[in-house]
Design a protein around this ligand. Structure first.
Ligand SMILES: Nc1ncnc2c1ncn2[C@@H]1O[C@H](COP(=O)(O)OP(=O)(O)OP(=O)(O)O)[C@@H](O)[C@H]1O
Ligand SMILES: [Mg+2]
Length: 270
């Protein structure tokens, strides 16, 4: 599918209302996901980040408004077609019982198969590369249920990579990972974006990682977007206070020069 220049970015939402039965989580949200960029969504617990991501990935049907892919309402595009374009790693994915890592990663290829088609070289390559990039090769024959939290997280990321979609939505992909694996996964996200021009949307809690990896940063609070733009534009002490109720100072990151959030007001420690 090619982007339609008359309708802006490939993935966007208009007047989005997202509810769970009587609870309205998102009420009339407009959103553009910039093509070929890494967008990071930040915001406090329960503000609606996962709800929004699931709607963008068509796991949740909007009550009103719509998510648009290439100008067409996502709800009207066949499921398989959506899965060829958008990969979604939910916050707490549930593995099928008794599945091994290699079987899980292989499932990422399903949207690319026709019922008559055999396993192809392209499938083999995509699965191999996904497992290499996530260092899950050694875990191939292990049961997903029996992995550590971090190993399991990497297996799911491998599955999402094997799906090989232009749009990738990752809900807290660094949860459970030690600091080195967190950096590895975020570097991988950046590589996928730079090398393949993929559009990635990531939910992150670590503001400093968000500032480092985002081209476009979206700050949410209570189901609304309160600020968006470059990390430099969005990450200020006022924003951190407004969104998280946290006193902080924002200083230049000694490595990147971007914003670095240091919690606590200086006078509290004086
Ligand atoms: N399946 C569900 N049924 C009913 N309410 C839900 C469901 N999932 C989420 N909610 C509610 O919707 C609101 C937003 O939840 P959501 O999971 O989108 O938050 P979040 O921003 O991703 O939070 P976190 O940072 O904790 O992951 C919360 O009040 C939550 O309790
Ligand atoms: Mg969440």
């Amino acid at each position: 599918m090619t982007g339609d220049s008359t309708t802006g970015n490939r993935l966007r939402a208009e007047g989005l209302v997202l509810t769970y039965e009587d609870r309205t989580v998102v009420d009339g949200l407009d959103l553009e996901i910039p093509d070929g960029r890494v967008t990071v969504i930040i915001g406090p617990n329960a503000c609606g980040k996962s709800t929004l991501l699931r709607a963008l990935g068509r796991l949740l049907k909007p009550r009103r408004g719509s998510v648009l892919l290439d100008g067409a309402e996502l709800a009207r595009i066949p499921t398989k077609r959506v899965a060829q374009e958008i990969g979604l790693l939910p916050q707490t994915p549930v593995p099928p019982e008794g599945i091994t890592v290699s079987e899980l990663v292989t499932r990422g290829r399903q949207p690319h198969h026709k019922w008559w088609q055999q396993w192809t070289e392209a499938d083999e390559r995509a699965v191999g590369e996904a497992m290499d990039r996530t260092a899950t090769g050694d875990l191939a024959e292990r049961l997903v249920d029996e992995l550590s939290g971090g190993q399991r997280q990497r297996a799911w990321i491998a599955m999402a990579l094997a799906q090989d979609t232009d749009l990738l939505l990752l809900d807290e992909p660094t949860t459970y990972l030690d600091i080195a694996h967190q950096v590895e996964v975020l570097d991988l996200v950046r590589q996928l974006n730079r090398e393949r021009g993929r559009t990635v949307v990531v939910v992150l809690h670590d503001l400093n990682q968000a500032a480092r990896y985002a081209d476009h940063l979206i700050a949410m609070k209570a189901g609304r977007i309160v600020a968006q733009g470059t990390p430099d534009e969005v990450i200020t002490a006022d924003l951190v206070h407004d969104v998280f109720g946290l006193a902080s100072v924002v200083v230049p990151d000694p490595v990147t020069g971007g914003p670095l959030v240091v919690p606590g007001a200086p006078w509290q420690h004086g």
